[in-house]
Design a protein around this ligand. Structure first.
Ligand code: SAM
Length: 417
């Protein structure tokens, strides 16, 4: 029963557990009706397990393993490390319990092993071809010509046949050319559209919009009236970190820059649920709790955990590795809206602390689409107004903002339905 629900929804609720397994591809696919997300493109990592393919005689791998073992837990901890370790020890049993629930769900595990399969070869599916290199929106958006760049949205239109005409529906394309950067680009149609930008194609989900700009322009998203604000604000900041890999993937910003995010002004009159991804660095956790949430006017409510597994269901790294935990945290809280009184929050469904989302990660730093699981705790009317800040993809019903919200929308990540 739960498996058949999972095959439709992409979400598997473990019995008697605070954990769920998510297949982001199935969840994202609900945003599209003409295209679908390619599983093989989404799951570009963690399916060909490099660990299982290791040559046991290769000493470079054993060196790596030794290095990792060393990272387990430094013998002498400084104050920050002690607090981080304490947080880890507190959450450890519930992460293990969630993982056990996954390992016990053999029917689900069998499906997870095949999540990467699209069910057909790319030729059969007629997937869209595009160049193999990525377009750097960050670079294009920062040059003097940026205001001149335009994107073309191709809206399919369907004409019913005339009484004396043929029997098939006639399809034609209505084109809309709009400014690419520093502009709210909207697909208000009930079908996904293909868009063209500098000879590449992008898929824009139905009823979604994006605003591609630098942080300096985010104030343009502040609504004139707060009853047009957002009820769910998901934030995934480009936190600084020492990983050279990250530096190649996207630019980062010092934490103090995030104090300037206009969370209060983006909040709907009825209030907003604010969800913030943080890494496991204790310095950041302290900053969020003591400075960032207070300056945004956010009252902390709960911590949720994203536990990362490989295709075989095993954790992507040892749970106790000190600097490479196989999980990340989502801190959630409420930002008061102008129309909220002290009782408004007590009328809301309480957010359970320590919920665990399990998934096989996609591309570097790509988060699973958990917005839908948060909806039941979101204040205000339905459908909720939702926005993702520092987004790299689009979701139906959401506004995506960042300096590269079309990053994962390129047509090579999709198949035609
Ligand atoms: N949530 C995304 C996902 O799941 O794929 C990952 C977001 S990533 C952690 C942070 C994003 O912030 C990157 O796309 C990065 O380019 C963007 N970013 C960095 N500096 C920025 C700036 N000054 N203004 C706007 N976006 C910025």
């Amino acid at each position: 029963m739960e498996v058949s629900m999972f095959l439709k929804s992409g979400i598997y609720h473990f019995e008697n557990s605070n954990a769920v397994f998510i297949d982001p591809v199935r969840v994202l696919n609900r945003s599209y009706n003409r295209f679908r997300v390619s599983s093989s493109a989404y799951y570009s990592r963690f399916f060909e397990s490099k660990y299982s393919k290791e040559d046991p005689t290769d000493s470079s791998h054993s060196r790596k393993r030794k290095r990792k073992q060393k990272q387990k837990r430094p013998l002498a901890l400084n104050d920050r490390e002690r607090i981080a370790d304490q947080r880890h020890q507190e959450v450890r049993p519930l992460l293990l319990k969630a993982h056990e629930a996954l390992l016990g769900a053999t029917d689900l595990l069998a499906i997870i092993r095949n999540l990467r399969s699209d069910g057909c070869s790319s030729e059969d599916c007629g997937d869209l071809v595009s160049p193999s290199t990525e377009q750097s929106f960050v670079e294009l958006g920062s040059v003097w010509q940026a205001p001149l760049y335009e994107i073309t949205l191709n809206f399919p239109q369907f004409c019913e046949p005339t009484q004396d005409g043929g029997s098939s529906v006639v399809q034609f394309i209505e084109q809309r050319v709009v400014q690419m950067f520093n502009n709210l680009v909207v697909n208000e149609a009930s079908k996904d559209v293909e868009a063209e930008f500098l000879n590449r194609r992008y898929i824009i989900p139905r009823k979604s919009c994006f605003y591609m700009s630098d942080l300096g322009q985010i104030h343009n998203l502040i609504p004139a009236e707060s009853d047009c604000g957002f009820n769910l604000i998901l934030v995934d900041p480009p936190w600084e970190n020492s990983s050279a890999h990250q530096k190649l993937k996207y630019p980062t910003l010092p934490s103090r820059y995030f104090l300037s995010l206009p969370i209060k002004q983006l909040t709907h009159t009825d209030g907003a649920l604010v969800a913030l991804w943080v890494t496991n660095r204790e310095k950041l956790r302290g900053f969020v709790e003591k400075e960032l949430f207070p300056s945004w006017g956010v009252k902390y409510m709960a911590t949720l955990y994203w536990l990362k597994v490989k295709a075989d269901g095993l954790l992507i790294s040892e749970l106790d590795l000190f600097h490479h935990r196989p999980y990340e945290c989502l801190l959630v809280g409420y930002c008061h809206g102008k129309a909220m009184d002290s009782e408004s929050l007590s009328g809301l469904k309480p957010i359970p602390d320590n919920q665990v989302f399990i998934s096989v990660p996609g591309d570097y730093s790509r988060k699973p689409p958990i917005g839908e699981l948060l909806l039941e705790y979101v204040p205000g009317f339905r459908p909720a107004h939702c926005i993702e800040l520092f987004s790299r993809e689009m979701i139906s019903g959401w506004t995506s903002w960042g300096n590269e919200p079309l990053y994962f929308q390129e047509s090579r990540n999709f198949l035609k339905r």
